[in-house]
Design a protein around this ligand. Sequence first.
Ligand code: AVI
Length: 323
Amino acid sequence: MQPRQLLPNLTFLDLYPPTADAAREVLSSLSAATPHLDPKYFYDEQGSALFDAITRTPEYYPTRTETRLLREHARTMARTLDTELTIVEPGAGGCEKARILLDQWQPRGYMPLEISRECLLDATRQLAPQYPQVQFQAVCADYSQALTVPTGHQELPRLVFFPGSTIGNFEPVARRTFLANLRQLAGDDGFLLIGADLHKSPERLHQAYNDSAGHTAAFNLNILAHLNRRLDCGFDLDAFEHQAFYNEDQQRVEMHLQCHRDQHVRIAGESLTLSAGTRVHTENSYKFSVEDFSRELVTAGFQPLSCWLDDEALFSVHLARAA
Ligand code: AVI
């Protein structure tokens, strides 16, 4: 597959996984002893818009706090890096946070990887003309699997940018593997700039994942709406209810969809029944301490350089280099 030139400084490469693979994956995870769905299915055009709405609620502190940290410390970060580079951002969404780095760092290249094609194209078509000195290479991909990315500005060191505490959406074992993949992606002279949400009171976490405007509930339910649109499964959304709570033992917020009526759906050509009372686990969002997270970076082959926290110690941003 060859990249398409969309604008003088924007190419687009489509590595989106085939629908048949998605259908088999969804069938297998919903048929498991604990029915679950991979959180990547939250993110179609509507899911990305709903996530955006979540980030603007008064209860959801991570985005606002991390954005402030990036704005406040971007110059210091640039001084620490002290090199020209290409920014690679797995799961870039609408590329909002990258804008802060594009403004303050003037990198040579920016490569966002994003599963939602519409969201990626809209964002990069808007951004590229505003930063004509930056080469944009947009890649539509399931970044949890496709971490080998096209070459481009390879002579320059890469900084892998992974904000938002999306790292918290990985299970501990998968997280270890994924951080090691990020180390590969960064290369031997590369860097990592990553956000990690911190431990805090269960009440604060409960509010953040049960916002009063109902955007998180709509986001959670959209996973089924997305599967209906993409795979024609036939879920009745009214039969499901959003649940989110802090699991103290696991130190994570869990999201589920509780099914109140029997659901007969069709996926990958097969029938599947979810009976009333079934709970579909849709997301885990692990929370960290700075010390534990720094240790995980070291295990993955990074050398932590700096870490920034807000005054309330809600959120952390870590800068590390390949060790
Ligand atoms: C993308 N991710 C880091 C968010 C989180 O907080 O785990 C997704 C989210 N789920 C519910 N609200 C936000």
